[in-house]
Design a protein around this ligand. Structure first.
Ligand SMILES: NC(=O)c1ccc[n+]([C@@H]2O[C@H](COP(=O)([O-])OP(=O)(O)OC[C@H]3O[C@@H](n4cnc5c(N)ncnc54)[C@H](OP(=O)(O)O)[C@@H]3O)[C@@H](O)[C@H]2O)c1
Length: 293
């Protein structure tokens, strides 16, 4: 039995729809009750901040997919790191009590040599709590995930589509290695059968590295949009998140913390994923083409 957290979210929602999960019993942890018409999928109401609900949700479970973050919480935005710490601590404790064998997690990529943003420092903390839990884990780390509904992608898309003149702030030269959502989901689902991935963490990205300025230029080019990029000193993340919050579907709190993270490079460390999984992520261009299909 798998416990899928974040089943209503960008990543968890797609994992749930994966045909490769057919014939596996999946229990989804949701905050609002959901009825299932699929005998292999059940729903349990709970909250990662409520330990007792996790104790119930993890009973009889072998593997937990942990796809939670708290950045979008309106009232508690300043302490999302505290909430995320509490949530994963609760989950690990419940997993230990119920003998869960493995936690599979997706998180944000970061370079430990850099001073991390609030968001990435919190993501790293959650990752470290899982790693030191004593429970087997597989962790994937991504930067911008190219997929509709993904926070970073929606911000990129809205900036490039809406502004003929795009300001490039201090983060313009930060490096990033995006990855296509379909490839992310493949890794997350196919790793279930791959024992080699136990107790490993992997950075996942396409083979190209862009600066954020180049990423926006290339995205505009692929969409056939002529855009002018203007370098402006400073980070301006408050005003940027306010403006983008009006234009995109992403929660302004999430935009604020993601823009604050643009100063951190997100470039993959080399790994043996191609050997293990037999595929490589598609190029940036291909991911854009796939999203336009
Ligand atoms: N999106 C990206 O581009 C991206 C890039 C790199 C890494 N990641 C990682 O991928 C993981 C999943 O992110 P996502 O983009 O799928 O996020 P998302 O779309 O915002 O989904 C978050 C999920 O967490 C659930 N959740 C929030 N608070 C909860 C609580 N207290 N109890 C139970 N469930 C709760 C939400 O449920 P409700 O519907 O009840 O709110 C939702 O299903 C995160 O670890 C993130 O760091 C994402």
């Amino acid at each position: 039995m798998i416990l899928l957290t974040g089943a209503t979210g960008f990543i968890g929602g797609r994992v749930l729809k994966e045909p490769a999960l057919k014939n596996v019993k999946v229990r989804c942890l949701v905050r609002k009750p959901v009825q299932s018409d699929n005998p292999d999928i059940s729903y349990v109401t709970g909250d990662v901040l409520d330990y007792d609900s996790l104790l119930k949700a993890t009973a009889g479970v072998d593997t937990v997919y942990y796809f939670i973050h708290m950045m979008g919480k309106q009232k508690e935005q300043a302490k999302f790191d505290v909430l995320d710490r509490t949530a994963i601590t609760n989950m690990v404790k419940a997993c230990r009590i119920n003998g869960v064998k493995r936690i599979i997690h997706l998180t944000g990529m970061s370079d430990p040599r850099e001073k991390l943003s609030h968001h990435l420092a919190s993501r790293k903390e959650v990752e470290d709590i899982i790693k030191s839990s004593g429970i087997d884990y597989t962790i994937f780390r991504a930067s911008v995930i190219m997929g509709r509904g993904g926070g970073a992608f929606e911000i990129l898309d809205s900036a490039v589509r809406n502004f003929p003149v795009i300001p490039v702030f201090n983060w313009g030269n930060t490096h990033v290695q995006p990855v296509y959502i379909g490839d992310v989901i493949r890794y997350l689902v196919e790793c279930l059968d791959k024992k080699e991935t136990l107790n490993k963490s992997y950075d996942i990205g396409c083979s190209e590295i862009f600066t954020y300025k180049e990423l926006m230029q290339e995205y505009a080019r692929l969409l056939g949009l002529k855009r002018i990029f203007v370098r402006i000193p400073g980070s301006w993340h408050r005003i940027s998140s306010f403006v983008l919050g009006k234009m995109s579907s992403v929660n302004p709190n999430v935009i604020y913390w993601l823009i604050e993270s643009l100063r951190n490079n997100m470039v993959c460390e080399p790994n043996d994923l191609k050997k293990i999984f037999g595929f490589e992520p598609v190029s940036f261009k291909e991911s854009v083409m796939k999203l336009m299909e």
